[in-house]
Design a protein around this ligand. Structure first.
Ligand SMILES: [Fe+2]
Length: 306
């Protein structure tokens, strides 16, 4: 990803499982690491694989630097290949490199009322993961939520040719990727099963991110619009990087990337009106039992004051 969002600045009241750091970012308590257990998604994949314990990707997926990223990272604390969050919602947690720093990555899977699966922000697809997904249901929707989280999409689209594959409005026309547009007018497609809504942030054209809301579970899915830094388990290099982001990137992100503040306010207002009690960010820990609008208001306090 060329740009990252600022770290979380949620209020303590809005974050029942976390606490403030002195720099104002959210500190999320995590379960202790289990001694002797090899952590990380690729470790989990290996454990679930047959034979020699290798869980290869279905096909090599080079990133923009030409490297194939298949390794475990700090962002999977349970070692599970796919982790249940609540009824009909799971996350797949893997390493995600930005400027060679692992900032952690999540793919979210939601089971729709017809039993099929909605996949948000697809990362690396492996043999074991595909097997695990098949046990949950057929993949019917694949969503690339913004113009930065695109590297894993082609592999999923090729693996699930019958799925509806959506990307940021206008992105497919520019890139030639085999994606249809996420509806820019926020009309939920029939493929969302009547349980998922979205808001396209056209006010931030560099990312062109859409955020999604699963009404039955009150879960907001964000990619780079919101993230947080867990208080434990983050490597020193990543934590050092995070501190730099606090001081350097956050004001740039909020001041420069929003090209139309009036439109942004309308878009954010639509998200705030959803309410909700859980946030699954692509980067960071799942926030459970929170007041989602309060978290977002704190995160974007400077913009919302204007
Ligand atoms: Fe990102």
């Amino acid at each position: 990803m060329a740009f990252l969002p600022p770290p979380s600045t949620a209020t303590a009241a809005a974050l029942s499982s976390g606490a403030f750091r002195r720099d104002g970012a959210v500190s999320v308590r995590r379960p202790a690491r289990i001694s002797g257990v090899r952590m990380g998604p690729d470790a989990a994949a290996a454990a679930a694989a047959d034979g020699d314990g290798v869980d290869p990707p279905l096909a090599p997926v080079p990133n923009r630097a030409g490297r194939v990223k298949v390794r475990r990272g700090w962002s999977n604390t349970t070692g599970e290949l796919i982790r249940r969050v609540c009824e009909d919602v799971w996350v797949v947690e893997r390493a995600y490199d930005w400027l060679t720093v692992d900032v952690g990555g999540k793919t979210t899977v939601i089971r729709l009322p017809d039993g099929s699966l909605f996949v948000h922000a697809p990362l690396l697809l492996t043999v074991s993961l595909k097997r695990a997904l098949a046990a949950l249901g057929p993949v019917s929707v694949i969503v690339v939520p913004n113009t930065e989280h695109v590297d894993g999409a082609a592999q999923w689209v090729a693996s699930y040719p019958d799925a509806v594959a959506l990307g940021p409005p206008g992105y497919a026309a520019r890139s030639g990727k085999p994606l249809a547009d996420v509806p820019a007018d926020n009309t939920p497609p029939p493929s969302f099963g009547g349980v998922i809504e979205h808001t396209f942030f056209g006010s931030m054209p560099l990312f062109s991110e859409s955020v999604f809301f699963h009404r039955p579970s009150g879960t907001l899915l964000t990619t780079d619009l919101y993230w947080n830094w867990p208080s434990a388990g983050v490597p020193a290099r990543t934590r050092f990087f995070a501190a730099g982001m606090d001081w350097v990137y956050k004001p740039v992100y909020q001041a420069l990337l929003v090209r139309d503040k009036g439109r942004w306010a309308e878009e954010m207002g639509r998200v705030l009106a959803w309410g909700g009690g859980r946030i699954i960010p692509c980067h960071g820990d799942v926030l459970e039992g929170v007041d989602v609008p309060a978290v977002l208001r704190a995160h974007y306090a400077s913009l919302l004051r204007e």
